[in-house]
Design a protein around this ligand. Structure first.
Ligand SMILES: *Cc1c(COP(=O)(O)O)cnc(C)c1O
Length: 447
């Protein structure tokens, strides 16, 4: 009993009472976001409706003026989607969340919400390839400049990239595919010093292993397509607002602190307080851009979320065993990158920022013999599949040199920091012995 005393409220002296806000993450995964009333469905229903009925035009008019709460049209919000958003907000410890049709849409909206033509922002150089394209190529065409920063730069070099038009700092908790762990202790104070909100892509860590908001980030995004769904069924994304950034105090975010013409002059920070950012993302950008998740997609995501806590532990356990095995195959394997390994350069950060040092299921390694050997290895696997995906229940592999980066020569790959023999292995939740045996047989075919 004593160990729970800090978590549960004391009712009568000596009697502890559990409140929903005391729930641990495994409980939120299963029970959060939806509560059945008397005689109502126990399972979150799919509200497959584009529209909502109101008794008077005045009530509807109030919704259009943002003067009252309620669903108006599914492009903007929907009860099934809202329940899953609530679950995710609770898992991340945020004030609100908004699901999007993909992880890409979440990254895009997280930036567009506070940056316009002529603005710029800082991005870590190790972001996911899709995010890097979006930020460096497509956003550039919108007139928004992403400025690349790295761990190896000094604080002065990073701060020198910040000017009066710099709007945010974007990083990944565990970068895909380098698996670098974000240095919160260094970059949180640096972002504060520069007066910038810190936006973190928490896809690989999931809210189970890391809560960036608790570590000082302001906004979190996810590609829910990966571990949160967990079964490779639905593409989706989410933005979570930590409610922590002082938009008014900063004076740099007129889109949040000055009247929005498209809502008769509403001022988001005045009307919505700590939820200003996520409210604007929904009522303005989701309304205008329409990157809307389908109610059925939210329903499927919710099923995945129910087992997230269980799965991510198994993924992490299995990946650690697989990384250890790969490490032992010095005959064919040049290097193994997995932050869960004790002698990994990022192990210290993994221990500090990831629950129990668990580092989720993705292991990167390089084959001796380059692109050719990597392809031979992958083609020889019998259980693990070659797919353009990571982070689901089934073990899968990808070799960037022969797929996503195949147009590049070996020299160009090395210049881009990718070893031609690099393999990204996404370790599933099958029995670890079977995964390792599959890898052993495939490696032996490469001898
Ligand atoms: C896959 C991925 C994305 C993009 O998400 P989609 O759902 O594929 O649009 C963004 N960030 C990371 C880290 C990813 O792995």
């Amino acid at each position: 009993m004593a160990c729970h005393a800090g978590r549960y409220r004391e009712g009568r002296p000596g009697v502890l009472i559990m409140r929903e806000q005391d729930w641990k993450k495994a409980t939120i995964c299963v029970q959060g976001g939806y509560k059945a009333g008397n005689g109502e469905p126990r399972v979150l229903p799919v509200y497959q409706s584009t529209t909502y009925k109101y008794d008077s035009s005045e009530e509807l008019a109030k919704l259009f003026d943002l003067a009252s709460d309620g669903h108006m049209y599914t492009r903007i919000s929907n009860p099934t989607v809202a329940a899953v958003e609530d679950k995710i907000a609770k898992l991340e410890g945020g004030v609100g969340a908004m699901m999007t049709s993909s992880g890409q849409a979440a990254s895009l909206i997280s930036v567009l919400n506070i940056a316009s033509e002529g603005d710029n922002f800082l991005m870590m150089g190790n972001l996911y390839g899709g995010t890097t394209n979006l930020f460096l190529v497509t956003m550039k065409r919108m007139g928004i400049e992403a400025r690349v920063v790295n761990d190896s730069m000094s604080d002065e070099e990073i701060l020198a990239k910040v000017d009066s038009r710099t709007r945010l700092f974007f990083g990944e908790t565990i970068a895909n595919p380098s698996l670098d762990v974000f240095d919160f202790d260094r970059f949180v104070p640096l972002a504060k010093k520069a007066g910038l909100p810190l936006v973190i892509d928490n896809t690989f860590a999931t809210p189970i292993l890391c809560n960036p908001i608790k570590l000082g980030a302001d906004i979190v995004i996810h590609s829910t397509t990966k571990y949160m769904d967990g079964h490779a069924m639905v593409v989706g994304g989410v933005i979570v607002d930590g409610g922590s950034f002082d938009w008014e105090g900063s004076g740099r975010y007129p889109e949040l602190t000055e009247p929005d013409e498209s809502y008769h002059g509403v001022i988001y920070t005045k009307q919505f307080g700590r939820s200003a950012y996520i409210t604007k993302a929904r009522v303005q950008l989701m309304r205008d851009l329409g990157s809307t998740p389908q109610p059925f997609a939210a329903f499927l995501l919710n099923i995945g979320l129910e087992t997230l806590d269980l799965r991510i532990r198994r993924h992490s356990d299995n990946a650690l065993k697989v990384a250890g095995y790969l490490r032992s195959r010095t005959d064919l394997v040049k290097s193994v990158s997995y932050p869960g390994l004790e002698d990994s350069a990022d192990h210290d950060k993994a221990m500090r920022y990831l629950e129990g040092g668990m580092a989720s299921g993705v292991v990167s390694f390089s084959m001796k013999g380059g692109r050719e050997k990597a392809m031979k290895f992958m083609d020889s696997l019998r259980m693990a599949a070659i797919v353009v995906h990571v982070a689901d229940a089934r073990t899968c592999v990808l070799n960037p040199a022969s797929t996503t980066h195949r147009q590049l020569s070996d020299e160009m790959l090395v210049a881009a920091g990718i070893d031609p023999g690099f393999v990204r292995l996404s370790v599933g939740i099958e029995d670890a012995d079977d995964i390792i045996q599959d890898i052993r047989e495939a490696l032996d075919k490469c001898l």
